[in-house]
Design a protein around this ligand. Structure first.
Ligand SMILES: Nc1ncnc2c1ncn2[C@@H]1O[C@H](COP(=O)(O)OP(=O)(O)OP(=O)(O)O)[C@@H](O)[C@H]1O
Ligand code: SF4
Ligand SMILES: [Mg+2]
Length: 368
């Protein structure tokens, strides 16, 4: 339990994009590092276009990183042979947002579930069917469902089938790219609970991609926050939700309903100014600086590095509270009233044992 099954180091991916007569480079993911442990869920969050799905495609070997290293189990993917890559592919499976799109409408469910095992000569046809029937039961469906077509199921049932299909090759890692975003709220909870049960039962590691922080609060152990292709903050769930340090994380969290009424009452909405800039012309320095309520002179000239802090024991290592540089913005309530400017991020006060809290922000760094 809790062994590292996947290690990503400085993964980067860029695309060549036509813009009029010119070809420009779009950096979708830049130097992203993390590790994934069996039985754990790492959530990746951030606004649309920040690089979440690109990261998912690299981890599942759909796309090759331009730079960096990816190690699955003991095998370095960057130097793996074709045979090793084939084996690794079965170890990392993906579930997409739209289950209907990922199931062939002309293929019955049994055929869809058995397909990933079809080329394995060590598994007979009857064994394949037996495994498919068992897997249907694991995801809460009955054997007769195997003889039906995808259009004969509800959205929630189809996502259960997509999960069952992903589990057929007995992977160690499941990449879940917005797996409940297309489902009704009541069905979301059922599918999330199913995923939690399956993770426990099969000791799976999840890379869980979502823009919905309420969902992340429910399922994640650790959270990685991305903005314009880069990691801005990474910490265990409780540390991140209780003491977000990066101004971007704080803005994201302030827009998320909190189940705790005390926190809810205390919370002030931080409205970010402007849209995410074009990834083909990212701002200089900290790419968040045009929208950051705490931006100061250094931010537009120098890109912050991800600084890691290890927390000791259950209370977290005491550090100085971050000093607010010149605040540049007041915030508005949805009703149009003024609210006070966001306070500088506070040092983490809680932790779950030895946890690491990494933040890329000049304001945080200067407070140390
Ligand atoms: N094949 C591609 N060619 C060119 N640009 C791409 C390609 N795939 C992704 N991008 C760009 O890379 C950036 C990251 O895209 P990605 O799909 O990873 O974002 P995302 O965080 O998953 O967004 P969403 O939440 O909307 O799904 C975006 O600017 C996107 O337009
Ligand atoms: S580095 Fe500057 S602009 Fe970027 S998040 Fe920190 S304070 Fe804001
Ligand atoms: Mg995406």
């Amino acid at each position: 339990m809790d062994s590292v099954v996947l290690q990503a180091e400085n993964l980067s991916r860029r695309y060549a994009v036509r813009s009029g007569l010119r070809t420009e480079t779009l950096h979708a993911v830049r130097e992203v590092s993390f590790s994934l442990k069996s039985g754990r869920t790492l959530a990746v969050v951030g606004e649309s276009g920040c690089g979440k799905s690109t990261l998912a495609r690299m981890v599942t070997m759909i796309e090759h990183p331009d730079a960096g290293a990816l190690t699955i189990g003991d095998t370095n993917l960057m130097t793996a042979t074709a045979a090793q890559r084939r084996t690794l592919r079965s170890q990392v499976q993906i579930v997409f947002q739209n289950p209907y799109g990922s199931l062939n409408p002309r293929q019955k469910i049994f055929a869809a579930l058995e397909e990933p095992l079809r080329y394995r000569d060590d598994i007979s046809a009857s064994e394949r069917r037996k495994r498919a029937t068992e897997m249907l039961a694991q995801v809460g469906l009955r054997p007769e469902h195997g003889d039906r077509y995808p259009h004969m199921f509800s959205g929630g049932q189809r996502q259960r089938i997509a999960i069952a299909r992903a589990l057929m090759p007995e992977p160690q890692i499941l990449v879940l790219d917005e797996p409940v975003s297309a489902l009704d709220v009541s069905v979301q909870a059922q599918v999330l609970n199913l995923l939690a049960d399956l993770r426990k039962q099969f000791s799976l590691a999840y890379l869980f991609i979502s823009h919905d922080l309420s969902v992340v609060r429910h399922i994640a152990d650790e959270v990685l926050v991305m903005y314009m292709g880069r990691v801005q903050e990474q910490a265990d769930k409780h540390t991140l939700f209780d003491n977000p340090r990066h101004p971007y994380t704080r803005a994201l969290l302030s827009a998320t309903p909190n189940p705790d009424p005390a926190v809810r009452e205390d919370k002030r909405r931080i409205l970010l100014k402007g849209e995410t800039p074009s990834p083909m012309a990212p701002p200089s320095g900290c790419t968040f600086h045009p929208r950051c309520p705490l931006a100061f002179a250094r931010c537009s000239g120098e890109s912050p590095v991800l600084l890691e802090q290890t927390q000791q024991g259950g209370q977290g290592q005491a550090t100085e509270a971050v000093q607010a540089p010149q605040s540049t913005q007041s915030t508005q309530t949805p009703q149009g009233g003024q609210e006070q400017a966001p306070q500088a991020p506070q040092a983490p006060q809680t932790g779950t044992g030895m946890a690491s809290h990494a933040v890329a922000c000049h304001a945080v760094e200067e407070s140390r």
